[in-house]
Design a binder for this molecule. Structure first.
Ligand SMILES: NC(=O)c1ccc[n+]([C@@H]2O[C@H](COP(=O)([O-])OP(=O)(O)OC[C@H]3O[C@@H](n4cnc5c(N)ncnc54)[C@H](OP(=O)(O)O)[C@@H]3O)[C@@H](O)[C@H]2O)c1
Length: 286
């Protein structure tokens, strides 16, 4: 069993500390508003009187607060108490923020792991939770058993910025899926049809089936070559079928219109015989 401190006991930090306690790790907790530590102390956690005390109490110090500016303030407060520790920052931010914090923590003589939590608090400690890590690979390997307590732990290498990049890229994929759901729910509801039945019986299996196309599209994006597999881009935008339907049903088309505009631009650029994945060339030029 390891000793772990959790700094920041909001909804997520509390779930992380509870998972550590459930796994039998010696868990020390600190929160800016001290009363939030009370329930965890009742469940067996040790209370630290300051961030420095929390840092000094454990091999692994987990930070989970609102933003990187808050983590900087807390690291400044802990300073020398962090020497020789592994700092695991599970606060959300950007890749550059992660790299900057990694440099600061390393300069204090600690190892740094950045983490992206792909879960809500209720999922922490359950197999469906995924936490992405990057930064010190030796620190990840050395403390893998502790990190696995939160959920599936995946290490993405030495660049501290990689975990936040993948975290945000995964959220991007998720919001794209939700955008499609919102538009189809509005269309079905506008026709007076049963949105729940439509979603459960038809949309969810359809989306599952469509995810099967993603590995091939990803291979095409990696190569920069986009042969159409049966459904070329010109065919997909030959008619503004989705726009026409939205207008006919009184449903705004503003959500997906930018995607169709990009598809039409790609066709106008001479790529109508290629597949949809070629749109990535309009989003990013290598
Ligand atoms: N909740 C989720 O579903 C979820 C999922 C993935 C990732 N995350 C990430 O996890 C992190 C924490 O989220 P949360 O849901 O736990 O948020 P939360 O419930 O709002 O808690 C925020 C925590 O940050 C602390 N804090 C804020 N500013 C601070 C400062 N200047 N100094 C010290 N402590 C400060 C708060 O302390 P006080 O109690 O004193 O206010 C509190 O402990 C965020 O970066 C979030 O993006 C959350």
């Amino acid at each position: 069993m390891s000793s772990v401190s959790v700094v920041g006991l909001g909804a997520m930090g509390t779930a992380l500390a509870d998972a550590l306690l459930a796994a039998g790790h010696t868990t020390t907790v600190w929160n800016r508003t001290p009363a939030k530590a009370d329930p965890l102390v009742e469940r067996g956690a040790r209370r630290a009187g300051s961030v420095a005390e929390a840092a000094g109490a454990a091999e692994v110090v987990v930070f989970c607060v609102l933003g990187y500016a808050d983590v900087h303030t807390l690291v400044d407060a802990a300073q020398d108490a962090l020497r020789g520790r592994v700092v695991v920052n599970l606060t959300n931010g950007s890749p550059d923020e992660a790299r900057e914090l990694a440099d600061k923590v390393r300069a204090l003589g600690a190892e740094y792991l950045d983490g992206g939590i792909m879960a809500v608090p209720a999922m922490i400690g359950r197999p469906e939770a995924l936490v992405l890590y990057s930064g010190s690979t030796p620190a990840f390997e050395g403390h893998r058993e502790v990190l696995k307590v939160f959920g599936r732990a995946v290490c993405l290498g030495d660049d501290a910025g990689r975990a936040p990049l993948y975290d945000l890229a995964l959220l991007t994929g998720m919001y794209g899926m939700f955008a499609g759901f919102l538009q189809s729910a509005a269309l079905v509801r506008s026709a007076g049809a049963d949105v729940e039945e439509f979603t459960t019986a038809l949309l969810v299996p359809w989306l599952h089936a469509m995810t099967g196309a993603l590995p091939e599209m990803a291979a095409q994006a990696a190569k920069g070559a986009y042969p159409a597999a049966g459904s070329n881009l010109a065919m997909q935008v030959a008619h503004d079928a989705l726009g026409d339907l939205g207008r006919a049903q009184g449903v705004s088309t503003e959500l997906l219109a930018p995607l169709f505009e990009l598809m039409r631009r790609r066709v106008a650029d001479g790529h109508g015989d290629e597949g949809l994945a070629g749109v990535v060339e309009l989003l990013h030029r290598p």
